[in-house]
Ligand binder design. Structure first.
Ligand code: FAD
Length: 396
């Protein structure tokens, strides 16, 4: 319970969760909100995650910027909570603290060399590189040494990366992509992108919008086995009947695959969704320092429907490639003074109130786990702000 006049709230993290939480709180004229951000600039993944060719998505920045003009709002940049200032000190100085610091970590493929071999990158680094994140501006991306890229993961981030690799350079030049990335992409020799997942097409995590964008690429075409995709559609017909979004996705994929069989100019680049494969190792070039390919184990599926798990069959398959981007998900990490529940994958809470703590709240990816879009982040942030205002209602 907040037992004195609630005057000031500290928000940790200036991503969408931080801004949406602040926007709800500031509807109450008795409140002041200070947002602490580790970077010198705000907006989190809207700035350094969302793809540069999605300007409509980045438009929320304008709303956030106008909120920041409120005299009751302060942004304190270049301060990493848990390093530069202890969470305990913030909790002592403010009436309430809302943790909105997002997902600080990422999942690994778990294969030797993924972090040390040249031209092997995590999606966080690669996406940060093309979005001008100063932490990744010097990423040594070489797109001249190979014509094939492997992206491991089949979520929207994987499709963003594949799209950026395949988009016409003059289209990219119209976006706010970082200059160093545009220069590197301008001399790219990449003509083939494999987007690899451990399960099947009905399990893929990308959405129709991102798939449609891939299918609409003017300079690249999908390589796919339409007959196999049709078999998958009938195999999962019960599931697809109940799940409209997934059915739509399969229909799109099938349509794309059927169009792909119509002859296309050889000059087009190509991309594919490669299913039922788990990475097991890197294939290195003769020097031993650069990627020549990725070795995968072929999977079978066990269980039912969407819950099915990938089980290795022991059969191996290599995909020759000189660029690897692993895009298998972000991961929540604790900062000093809080615990991330390892089973839940986020800080344990009830409607945004951190379990077992007074006047400590959580919103955004650190509340839900690293999934969901800006809109869902907004609703979750509103719920947290409501909980806080409810707890403080007797003093406000
Ligand atoms: P974040 O946006 O990560 O913000 C967290 C902030 O906290 C960051 O600014 C970080 O620097 C800061 N921080 C971290 N640790 C500390 C600390 N210790 N002290 C102080 N500050 C700290 N959604 C869409 O709707 N459309 C899209 O097209 C889209 N594209 C995406 C592309 C990528 C590559 C990714 C990864 C996500 C994308 N999303 C998209 C999802 C969207 O970005 C998230 O839903 C949203 O950003 C989550 O908000 P958040 O505030 O919880 O986290």
């Amino acid at each position: 319970d907040l037992d004195r006049l609630l005057a000031s709230v500290a928000v940790v993290g200036a991503g969408p969760a931080g801004f949406y939480t602040a926007s709800q709180l500031l509807k109450n004229p008795d409140l002041r909100v200070d947002v602490f951000e580790q970077l010198p600039v705000p907006y989190g993944l809207v700035r350094y995650g969302v793809a540069p060719d999605h300007p409509d998505v980045k438009n929320v920045i304008q709303k956030f910027a106008s909120l920041a003009e409120s005299p009751a709002f302060r942004l304190i940049g270049n301060v990493t909570v848990g390093v530069d200032v202890a969470l305990a000190d913030l909790r002592a100085a403010y009436d309430a603290v809302v943790l909105c610091y997002g997902a600080r970590g990422e999942r690994k493929l778990g294969i030797p060399g993924e972090d040390s071999v040249s031209n092997s990158f995590s999606s966080r680094a690669f996406v940060g590189w093309y979005n001008g994140d100063p932490q990744h501006a010097d990423l040594p991306v070489d797109l001249t040494c190979t014509d094939t890229a492997v992206v491991v993961g089949q979520g929207n981030v994987a499709l963003d990366i594949a799209r950026i690799l395949l988009m016409p350079i003059d289209e990219l030049a119209k976006t706010d992509i970082a200059k160093h990335a545009l220069d590197t992409l301008a001399v790219s020799r990449i003509r083939r992108v494999h987007i690899v997942g451990r399960r099947g097409p009905v399990h893929a995590a990308f959405t129709s919008k991102e798939l449609r964008e891939m299918l609409a690429l003017p300079t690249a075409r999908l390589v796919a086995d339409a007959a196999w995709l049709a078999t998958q559609t009938s195999l999962y017909s019960d599931l697809l009947k109940k799940d409209r979004a997934r059915r739509r996705l399969m229909e799109l994929l099938l349509k794309g695959a059927s169009n792909a069989s119509v002859s296309h100019a050889e000059s087009l680049k190509r991309w594919s969704l490669d299913f039922l494969l788990s990475p097991r190792g890197l294939v290195l070039d003769k020097s031993g320092g650069a990627i020549a390919g990725v070795e995968f184990e072929m999977n079978a599926l066990s269980g039912e429907g969407l819950e099915q798990r990938a089980i290795g069959t022991g059969e191996l398959k290599q995909i020759a490639a000189g660029l690897l981007v692993s895009s298998v998900g972000y991961q929540n990490r604790a900062i000093e003074g809080v615990r991330v529940d390892s089973k839940l994958g986020h800080i344990a809470h009830s409607r945004g109130r951190v379990d077992g703590e007074a006047a400590l709240y959580v919103a955004g990816w650190i509340k839900t786990g690293p999934r969901g879009v800006i809109a869902s982040t907004m609703y979750e942030a509103f719920e947290t702000a409501e909980s806080l205002l409810e707890d403080a209602s007797h003093v406000l």
